[in-house]
Design a protein around this ligand. Structure first.
Ligand SMILES: *[C@@H]1O[C@H](CO)[C@@H](O)[C@H](O)[C@H]1NC(C)=O
Ligand SMILES: *[C@@H]1O[C@H](CO)[C@@H](O)[C@H](O)[C@H]1NC(C)=O
Ligand SMILES: *[C@@H]1O[C@H](CO)[C@@H](O)[C@H](O)[C@H]1NC(C)=O
Ligand SMILES: *[C@@H]1O[C@H](CO)[C@@H](O)[C@H](O)[C@H]1NC(C)=O
Length: 313
């Protein structure tokens, strides 16, 4: 007797689930969780004692002392209505088919374009990196700014956005929403180009080369930092004019890599397989390395005092 009714309910549930699915699917717009985790883990290796101490003081309890545990927090809250304004801070769109990036904090004077869709100035990933660097810095030696800003959030935002600005398609073209509207196949799966760079390349690498173990992938990247890129580290860390952070430079590199590697041979409808995967993976791994090393350099400059440093960012 209950049978048909149950089936009916089942159908209703199925319909409900199908209807709700688009809401439940995360709109991923940042390195995925793995990418952010890797960048923050790598950064921990390069933090000074002072910086590590300051970071631990600011972390929320949920992090249990590990910065990497909360590096995806801005992705988790961006759809919460209190944080919806922060959505635009994860990327900066550049004019279509232009492979250079023009926005800079040129000695305190902002030149170029960085805004959200309602025109709020400096609401983009590079502007946000300046913003949160300034907040964390100003709190040093000024107790009142500890009250003005939530420095726990500033730390989590900064750590996340330094990662995002290193993902080439976070500095992609406006017309295709940084690759989000370019539908492609990743092997058999239908997805979009932005998602390929946020997640799929890392996901496939984990399965193919690292026994699905993220910590092994992170170790491999760390070995490359010490063995292969060791001479580049001081160049990666450096900011002109002794700035604490120089996101304009990271963004310029990203759009250049987006043109050379991400967009290349990835036209709408194309199928991306081994050739694309194997040639782009080293780019992704190097960007994760650079993101980690630079996040540490920025935090070291913020929290290790007495270094002469002009400018507010
Ligand atoms: C700077 O950070 C504060 C606090 O999160 C935020 O309210 C403000 O909109 C941010 N400004 C920019 C330009 O990102
Ligand atoms: C600062 O932000 C964190 C994370 O959102 C939150 O848990 C905490 O309550 C905030 N602190 C204050 C003083 O508002
Ligand atoms: C390490 O560097 C080599 C040489 O550039 C590169 O082929 C390889 O993909 C890199 N591996 C990682 C994990 O970064
Ligand atoms: C940057 O800082 C170093 C050390 O504090 C100082 O010697 C150098 O002159 C500074 N450079 C600029 C361009 O301000």
């Amino acid at each position: 007797m209950d049978g048909p009714k149950l089936r009916c309910n089942e159908r209703a549930i199925t319909v409900l689930v199908v209807l709700l699915m688009p809401l439940a699917l995360p709109t991923v717009l940042g390195w995925g969780k793995d990418g952010h985790y890797a960048i923050c883990k790598i950064s921990l290796e390069y933090l000074s004692e002072d910086a590590l101490f300051a970071v631990k003081q600011l972390l929320p309890d949920s992090a249990e002392g590990d910065l990497a545990a909360v590096c995806s927090w801005p992705d988790e809250v961006r759809h919460n209505r209190h944080y919806r304004w922060s959505s635009a801070l994860h990327y900066v769109d550049t004019p279509d088919f232009k492979c250079n990036y023009q926005y800079c904090n040129c000695l305190g004077l902002f030149i170029g374009d960085c805004h959200d869709s309602s025109g709020h100035k400096h609401r983009c990933v590079t502007g946000a990196i300046y913003n949160y660097t300034m907040q964390l810095k100003s709190a040093r030696g000024d107790a009142s700014s500890e009250l003005k800003y939530n420095l726990t959030e500033a730390l989590m935002f900064l750590s996340h956005f330094v990662g995002d600005v290193h993902q080439p398609l976070h500095v992609g073209f406006t017309g295709d929403l940084g690759g989000n509207s370019i539908t492609v196949r990743w092997y058999r799966r239908k997805t979009n180009l932005h998602h390929v760079w946020d997640d799929m390349i890392i996901e496939s690498a984990l399965k193919t080369f690292y026994g699905s173990d993220l910590s092994i992938m992170i170790q491999a990247i760390q070995s490359n930092i010490t063995d292969i890129w060791s001479n580049d580290i001081s160049f990666w860390e450096h900011c002109a004019h002794n700035y604490t952070a120089c996101p304009d430079r990271y963004a310029s590199e990203s759009i250049s890599l987006a043109c050379k590697f991400a967009y290349k041979n990835a036209t709408p409808g194309s199928t991306l397989e081994d050739e694309y995967f194997l040639s782009r993976l080293p780019i992704v791994e190097k960007r994760l390395a650079q993101g980690g090393v630079r996040l540490a350099a920025i935090l070291n400059r913020i929290f290790t005092s007495n270094k002469a440093s002009i400018a507010q960012a």
